[in-house]
Each structure stands twice: as C-alpha cells, then as structure tokens.
Design a protein around this ligand. Structure first.
Ligand SMILES: Cc1cc2nc3c(=O)[nH]c(=O)nc-3n(C[C@H](O)[C@H](O)[C@H](O)COP(=O)(O)OP(=O)(O)OC[C@H]3O[C@@H](n4cnc5c(N)ncnc54)[C@H](O)[C@@H]3O)c2cc1C
Ligand SMILES: *[C@@H]1O[C@H](CO)[C@@H](O)[C@H](O)[C@H]1NC(C)=O
Ligand SMILES: *[C@@H]1O[C@H](CO)[C@@H](O)[C@H](O)[C@H]1NC(C)=O
Ligand SMILES: *[C@@H]1O[C@H](CO)[C@@H](O)[C@H](O)[C@H]1NC(C)=O
Ligand SMILES: *[C@@H]1O[C@H](CO)[C@@H](O)[C@H](O)[C@H]1NC(C)=O
Ligand SMILES: *[C@@H]1O[C@H](CO)[C@@H](O)[C@H](O)[C@H]1NC(C)=O
Ligand SMILES: *[C@@H]1O[C@H](CO)[C@@H](O)[C@H](O)[C@H]1NC(C)=O
Ligand SMILES: *[C@@H]1O[C@H](CO)[C@@H](O)[C@H](O)[C@H]1NC(C)=O
Ligand SMILES: *[C@@H]1O[C@H](CO)[C@@H](O)[C@H](O)[C@H]1NC(C)=O
Ligand SMILES: *[C@@H]1O[C@H](CO)[C@@H](O)[C@H](O)[C@H]1NC(C)=O
Length: 624
C-alpha cells in the first residue's frame, strides 16, 4: 500500500464532536419548542400528513428501511438490497453514497443497523432505524427541496442534508429527521463566457448540480479542456466539501473550492429558491462559501471557476526515517523527530516555489498497520507525495534536492543516522492521469473515529525553535494506548493559492486559511465501544482529546484554527477554531435564514444553544 493509498484509507478511520454552551447572547430560540419533534411526540405528523407531503413532492419521499436490514432474519424493515450486496458494499463509500439513509462512518449514526461481524457489531443491538433519518427526500429539483425543507422546518422537525454521506463527523445524518438527499442533482455543463454578476467580465465556468462527486465533475470539465479545484478523492461530493472550504491538489495554486464559487442556487428553510452571488442575496452567498454544510440552506447548484488543466506534472516521493529501522538507540528516535520538525519548517518555502503535496507521519504500531513496516520504527517515518504544476522535472528535482541537502547538512554528523530520500521522480503527461494516480484504491467506509487538526502558517512552522516544534509534535503524537503510536496527515494545501484569492471571491471560509500553509491532522485515539454506546465512547474520546491534544495546538498555534471538515467537532473552542472572525456574522445569517434552527449540525453556527443526544436521539435546547 503506498502512502497516498494510506492517506485515503486513514481519512476513513477518523471521526467527531459535542458543543459547549457559552454564548453571552440571549437564546434566540426560546420561543420555540424546547425539543425537535420525534415520532413519540403528539406533534409528529400523522401518516396522512407524510403521505400528503409525498404527493406534493411527486412521490419522491422514502421511508427509511435500513439497508443492512436484509442481513437480519426476516429482513424486518424490508431493505431493497440483498444481504450479499450489503456485505460486498459495506466497506466502500461508493455503496453508502447510493443508499438513501446511509453514511460512511456508522458510529455517527449510532451503529443503528450494522451487518453482522463488521467492526462494532453487537448482536444485542440488532437493527433499528435508530439514529438514521426517519424519511429521505430523494429530490430531483430545487422545487422538491423547497417543499420538503419548508414543510419540515415549519413543523419543528430536524432536517439533515446528505450528498454522499462522506462526512467525517456525522453531519449528514441525525435521529428523527427528514433528510434531503441531493444525490440525484447531478447536472453538469460548462460555459466559457459566463457573465460574472455585477461586472462586465466573463469567466470560464462549470455549472454543477450539488449531488455530483468531484471525480465526475473533474472528468466532465477535463473533457471540455478545463480543470476544477477538487478534493484529493474522486468520491467526495461538491456539497459538503465546497460549503466547508474544500482543499485538494490545486488549492495551493488557486485557492479552496469555496473560493471558486461565482454563484450558487440555495433553497432556504422558508422554501425560497434563491440565486445567490455577489449582488443577489450576497449574505447567504457569503455564508455558503466556507461557513459550513447543512446549516444555511440546501445548495442545489454551483457555478465554479475553471482553470487550464496542468500538463507534464513532475512528482516524487520524499521519505524520512531512521537509516536503520531496527536501531533501538533512543537518540536515533529523537533524531528522526528533530529532522521531522525541520522538514515541516522547509515546507512554506517549497510551497512558495509551487511545490505541493500531502503525506503521512507514522509512529509506533501505526507504522506497522498503515506503513507496511514489520515492527515499530525508531521515532517516526514520514512520507510526502509532492508535485508541481509550474516546474519542469529538472527544476522540481533541483528544488527538492537542495532542500533535502540543506536539511541533512543542518543535522551535522548525525545526518548519517537518518535517511531522507527522494524517489519515484517522474512526469505525468496530463491532469486526468495525475488525479487518477492518487485515486487508485477505492474510497473506504469504516466505523469512524475522532481526529484533531490545525492549520499552521509560516510563523508556526518556522518561528519556533526546532526543539519547540519537535516537542509539540511529540505531545501530539501520543496515544491513549502507549504503544499504539499515532499518525499525522500532512496536507500542503494552503500557501499561495488561498492567500492570493481576490477579496470579491472570499466567502465565510475561516480567514486563517489565508495565512495557512499546512493542514495537520492527528489521529491517536481508538474509539473503544466495549460496554458503551457509540455516543458515550465518542464523547469520552472527545474529552481525552480536549485534555491531551487540543491544548497542544492552542499552545503551538493560538491564533490559527482548524479546517472544520477534517477536525474534532467535540473541540471546546469550535467557534473560534472552525469559523474564526467570520463567526459573528454567520450567526446573524443563520438566524435570518433558519430562525427555527431546523438545520442542526454538530459544531454548527449557533448550535451552542442546542444539544443532540445520540443515545436518546433527541435534539433539544440547552438550559442556559
Ligand atoms: C475519503 C475522504 C476523502 C476526503 N478528502 C478531502 C479532501 O481532499 N479535501 C477536503 O477538503 N476534504 C476532504 N474530505 C472531507 C470532506 O470535505 C468532508 O467529508 C465533506 O463533509 C464531504 O462532503 P459531502 O457532501 O461529500 O458529504 P456529506 O456527508 O453528504 O455532507 C457533508 C456535510 O455537508 C452538508 N451538505 C452536503 N451537501 C449539501 C448541499 N448541497 N447543501 C448544503 N449542505 C450540504 C451535509 O449536510 C453535511 O453537513 C474527505 C473525506 C473523505 C471521507
Ligand atoms: C411516496 O409515493 C410513492 C409513489 O406513490 C410511493 O412509491 C412511495 O412509497 C411513497 N413514499 C412513502 C414514504 O410513503
Ligand atoms: C460472525 O463471526 C462468528 C465468529 O467468527 C461466527 O461464528 C459467525 O458465524 C459470524 N456470523 C455471521 C452472521 O457471519
Ligand atoms: C443508540 O444506540 C444505543 C445502544 O448502543 C441505544 O441504547 C440507543 O437507543 C440508540 N439511540 C437511538 C436514537 O436509537
Ligand atoms: C431516487 O430517484 C431517482 C430519480 O428519480 C430514481 O432513479 C431512484 O430509483 C430513486 N431512489 C430510490 C432509492 O428510491
Ligand atoms: C459595464 O459596462 C457599462 C456600459 O459600458 C458601464 O456603464 C458600466 O459602468 C460597467 N460596469 C462595471 C461594473 O464595470
Ligand atoms: C530524547 O528526547 C527526550 C525529549 O526531548 C529527552 O528527554 C531524551 O533525553 C532524549 N533522549 C536521547 C537519548 O537523546
Ligand atoms: C535529481 O537531482 C539530483 C541532485 O542534483 C541528481 O543527483 C539526480 O540525478 C537528479 N535526478 C534526475 C532524475 O534528474
Ligand atoms: C493522459 O495521459 C495518459 C497517460 O500518459 C494517457 O493514457 C491518456 O490518453 C492521456 N489522456 C489525455 C486526455 O490526453
Ligand atoms: C476496550 O475496553 C475494554 C474494557 O475497558 C477492554 O477490555 C478492551 O481490551 C478494550 N479493547 C481495545 C481494542 O482496546
């Protein structure tokens, strides 16, 4: 398994969060019912009312029958998919994407109906609708979205939005909800002279339904000679990715996905279908560009800037480890960590030179499980896949070779104890082949865990001593279980791209992205379900992370924040970390468009007045 494969894999092993009360504001929701309606409440609509909703939305309403029900005797919920289909598909995101109620990371759906013998399976729990939505609107038009969304919002019913179900922290599912499933909003077209609203300019754009995945959107754009700013994984959807920010192979060059949106069609909880851009409904337009998915409305269509597709792309692999992977000398282990801190410090210069990439740093048992080593290595082993869209192979090689030599020189006599190699130096002819190269293995689905992350700028990476950064990394790469080790995902996704985006294309994306170079994710905790419900174990993992990991980020990078789509949603400072200085304005926009807070997500804007309890399934206002 190469490191890109590992990256794709590990991003599936991670997972999420709870919010704390703590706003000085008066609860704006106090005149609403204290809890959202559940099927056990008299206020829940009758069968006849659901049937009438179904009729008004052209018969596209689906009652949830958990797909793995067919794995249980008698298929109690009448799943339409056979047991063999379910078992074959369960480990892959492509399967869950096609199932109305399902998501990739089942702990966030309370493991409500697992096929027997998958991770977390507990025969005593069996199969329930549980924390899956009660109904799913299989919409094919913005009008149907408007009907379903406003119907539920006005009846005190929680609404969730699902595109692919890839969310790492459960934001596309929820108990006792109506889900708006955007899967069938998959139109695609291009326009090479699309008039930019409010200007006399035109742009070359891709006009895409929000139910598309990036693999399809990119393939379509490339077939028209253009590229778009996608994620690294072909199976990630446009909806949650773009509304949360969205980094990928081209973000270091052109900015985040949210920075490419020139217009979006958004359906609001009051049932309006709004064209939003810089001159129409510009507050909502600002919010959906980085203010977070599933919160302000349902985006049905994006108009996205396109770019010339890069050609002749040089790439290579950079690997750092102890020279002797079996050396038991503690000084060698320490040296790999020192070198690793120095490696991170050289990334901002490389990125300013147009070199981007992503990779992994592993220690302990993680290096065995995910790095293919036969035993835990001394210290850490780090592998970065790097590339450039602007260099020739020779310039690329010169730049990285001299960075490597400089790093080794700085280690003095100890340099011979570590290995820092450049391998796989090659050129890829076109962007299609380049993108496919990083998508060689299928995107996996799993139980899901808890990650923690931070955006780090030049100051954080180069403004501290090597010893200080080394110590931060060692404190981050700890584990609840001492021998397990940990892994860091290193994303070289910021730098010149996000920094250079003109003001008129900047939405609510946490402004700390503009100074960020790398996005570092750490996963060091296994969520252990023995004797606990998924929610109890996730919250326990959240408490451990809040006590052991978040404080290190706050000390290392107090003024930055974290990328909300790949972060710890149980982070006690999520308002600051995920939204930064955009938060207060987002609260106003949230209250304006979703005054009933129908669209609740964990660590969402203004969610600090609410608490979702996955054990009871209830979503209630907190007693503040
Ligand atoms: C395998 C994998 C690879 C990843 N790679 C990357 C990467 O390279 N770069 C990156 O930035 N992130 C990456 N992520 C994280 C990704 O950004 C999030 O998982 C994101 O939430 C996915 O969005 P989605 O629409 O596919 O998922 P969903 O689970 O369907 O939705 C996620 C959130 O967005 C909301 N949402 C979805 N569609 C809409 C819509 N049309 N309107 C309003 N709200 C909507 C949902 O309600 C939910 O809150 C990756 C995740 C996985 C699992
Ligand atoms: C909605 O109507 C369609 C068409 O009549 C029907 O097939 C479907 O079962 C209905 N959905 C629900 C939840 O009753
Ligand atoms: C689950 O695994 C157990 C132990 O390996 C085995 O005995 C049992 O048959 C499996 N059950 C199913 C439904 O596959
Ligand atoms: C979540 O799962 C637990 C068992 O692990 C169960 O007791 C609880 O009722 C479930 N919650 C919902 C909303 O189904
Ligand atoms: C959802 O709607 C699409 C388009 O009408 C249809 O092809 C598909 O079968 C529906 N899916 C389910 C699960 O009902
Ligand atoms: C667009 O062009 C018109 C006609 O030339 C001009 O009046 C207007 O000021 C221009 N608008 C902008 C935003 O440049
Ligand atoms: C390794 O680093 C730790 C922490 O910085 C330090 O306490 C220890 O003395 C070092 N060990 C060696 C052998 O250098
Ligand atoms: C890359 O640069 C190094 C150092 O200058 C050199 O030894 C090596 O041959 C170069 N590789 C290629 C493929 O050009
Ligand atoms: C892209 O490059 C690959 C590998 O060299 C090649 O097979 C493919 O035909 C190319 N595609 C296009 C559209 O040029
Ligand atoms: C999970 O926790 C239980 C009880 O605390 C413990 O016995 C078990 O070994 C743990 N499992 C793992 C995989 O850590």
């Amino acid at each position: 398994m190469n490191f890109i494969t590992i990256f794709t894999f590990v991003t599936h092993v991670v997972g999420v969060a709870a919010t704390l009360a703590g706003s000085d504001n008066v609860n704006p929701y106090q005149n609403l019912p204290k809890c959202k309606s559940t099927p056990y409440d008299p206020s829940w609509p009758s069968e006849a009312e659901w049937a009438s909703l179904n009729t008004s939305m052209d018969g596209t309403l689906i009652r949830t029958s958990p797909v793995a029900s067919s794995c249980y005797t008698g298929n109690p919920f009448g799943s339409p998919r056979s047991r063999a289909d379910v078992e074959a598909g369960w480990g892959y995101s492509t399967f869950h994407r096609t199932v109305p109620e399902s998501v990739d990371f089942q702990r966030w759906a309370n493991n409500s109906c697992l096929p027997p013998n998958v991770t977390d399976y507990n025969p005593e729990i069996g199969c329930q609708v549980g924390a899956y939505p009660q109904f799913v609107a299989n919409v094919t038009s913005a009008e149907q979205v408007a009907i379903a969304l406003s119907w539920a919002a006005s009846r005190n019913i929680r609404v969730v939005v699902k595109g692919t179900g890839h969310d790492l922290v459960g934001r596309s599912t929820g108990a006792y909800s109506l889900s708006i499933w955007t899967h069938n909003l998959r139109s695609l077209s291009t326009d090479n002279s699309w008039p930019i609203p409010g200007t006399n300019e035109t742009a070359s754009v891709l006009i895409a339904g929000s139910g598309n995945v990036w693999g399809d959107a990119l393939a379509y754009a490339l077939s028209h000679g253009r590229a778009v700013c996608t994620g690294a994984d072909a199976t990630v959807g446009l909806g949650g990715f773009t509304t949360g920010g969205g980094h990928g192979p081209m973000s270091g060059t052109y900015g985040l996905a949210a920075d490419q949106v020139l217009q979006a069609t958004v359906v609001t909880p009051s049932g309006e279908i709004l064209v939003t851009n810089n001159i129409q409904n510009s507050d909502l337009f600002w919010a959906i560009r980085g203010g977070g998915g599933g919160q302000f409305g349902v985006v049905t269509e994006f108009v996205l800037l396109t770019y010339p597709a890069p050609v002749d792309i040089p790439s290579a692999s950079l690997t750092l480890s102890a020279r002797d992977l079996h050396d038991g000398n503690a000084a060698v282990a320490n040296l790999t960590m020192t070198a690793h801190a120095k490696l991170l410090a050289m990334l901002p210069d490389l990125m300013d030179n147009g070199i981007f990439g992503s990779g992994l740093t592993l220690s302990g048992q993680y290096a065995v499980s995910y790095g293919g080593l036969s035993s835990p290595p001394p210290g850490v082993i780090c592998n970065l896949a790097i590339w450039s869209f602007t260099s020739t192979l020779q310039d690329f090689n010169n730049t990285i070779s001299s960075a490597r030599d400089k790093l080794l020189d700085s280690l003095g006599e100890d340099a011979n104890l570590v290995s820092l190699t450049i391998s796989g130096l090659s050129t890829t002819a076109n962007y299609s082949a380049f993108f496919q190269g990083s998508n060689s293995s299928p995107s996996q689905a799993s139980a899901g865990g808890l990650m923690s992350s931070r955006l780090l700028g030049r100051n954080e990476l180069t403004g501290h001593t090597t010893e200080a950064v080394d110590s931060f990394l060692q404190r981050l790469m700890v584990s609840k279980d001492q021998d397990a080790g940990a892994f860091l995902v290193i994303g070289m996704q910021g730098g010149p791209g996000p920094r250079s985006v003109p003001a008129w294309r900047r939405g609510a994306v946490n402004p700390v992205w503009r100074d960020a170079y790398i996005h570092l994710i750490v996963e060091s905790i296994d969520v252990n379900l023995t004797g606990k419900t998924p929610w109890q174990s996730l919250k326990e993992a959240g408490e451990w992370t809040e006590a052991n990991i978040e404080p290190v980020w706050r000390e290392w990078a107090p003024t930055t924040g974290a990328y909300m789509n790949e972060a710890n949603p149980l982070n006690g400072q999520w308002q600051h970390d995920f939204y930064g200085t955009s938060y207060d304005e987002l609260v106003k926009i949230k209250r304006k468009y979703d005054p009933a807070h129908a669209l609740y997500v964990l660590s969402g804007v203004d969610s600090d007045f609410w608490e979702y309890d996955m054990d009871s399934g209830k979503l209630c206002q907190l007693d503040l």
